[in-house]
Design a protein around this ligand. Sequence first.
Ligand code: ADP
Ligand code: TRP
Length: 328
Amino acid sequence: MNEPPKKRVLSGIQPSGRLHLGNYFGMIKPAVELQNQADNQCFYFIADYHALTQLPDPEQLRSHSLEATLDLLACGVDPEKTVLFRQSDIPEIPQLTWILSCLAPLGLLERCHSYKDKISRGFSPNAGLFNYPVLMAADILAYNSDLVPVGKDQKQHLEVTRDLAQKFNWQYGDVLVEPKALIRDETAVVPGIDGRKMSKSYDNFIELFGRDKTIREKIMRIQTDSTPLEAPKDPDKCNVFALYKLLASQEEMEEMRAAYLKGGLGYGHAKKALLEKFQEYFAAARERRQELARTPEKIEEVLQEGAKKARKTTTTVLEKVLKAIGIR
Ligand code: ADP
Ligand code: TRP
């Protein structure tokens, strides 16, 4: 009997800064778990063209791309099981982006929250930033992706992708696969140290592999309310607890919850406990990362090998797309 076809899982991460706890729980951890299930075939990439919309410094773009690849490998992305590559090594992506741009209504892109949010924070809106969701749709559709593990902030971009796939298929015949977003409720939005969504573009993130001193300082700066030490506290309203519960075991989490409710636990203690959990949780990954960082040329090889495998799909999909639209 033939085996059922594997599900194609795909996700990307922007090398726009150091990766943080929000990236880890929103995308990296689910991505690694999906990679380790036999019925999936995973494609993960470094979205450097996306980062270019906000990162004009060539040295930074280069070094962040390497760092982000190291972070993914250290966290368990395994190039033996997964196709790991860099977006810009796939020439079919900008080609498909152009084709999809010609189908994308301006209104659809104008409604995108992430674009509106960046404008409201004072970014000057270059055309790349505006077209960002179309580039993301090309990323997803060029690989016939079925499932896309992401944090909740990317939900709307997945809806745009599905819209564009439907529009293309309706206009030109069934060529593109409609993907589904995979968003886990419990880690949909990981809060930053100020309580807003943790993000590289706010200064509220806790880096996965930052210096010990920086991580300690960040954790000690997590915003809490002014409930006195001896008073009972609501764990569900506390940013420290929200992060602690991601890192702790069920039992440790319940103990901490009880200590909050009972009173007598200061936020300083809770922060110390969080720091310890953080260090314990990422200790092995941290070691792996140091090891990997010694041979950056091997990282480049992994990415080149990944790009070769990835292009097997993108060249086929693009060929079909070009035929369908009348260019071949
Ligand atoms: P950032 O907002 O820091 O620039 P990216 O946009 O590169 O992060 O996101 C990479 C992946 O990590 C995406 O799947 C995104 O949804 C996820 N992610 C980012 N921040 C968070 C967060 N605070 N909570 C949950 N997921 C997140
Ligand atoms: N836009 C995504 C983010 O900021 C990164 C990304 C680019 C992506 N292309 C993708 C995620 C394709 C999933 C699938 O997080």
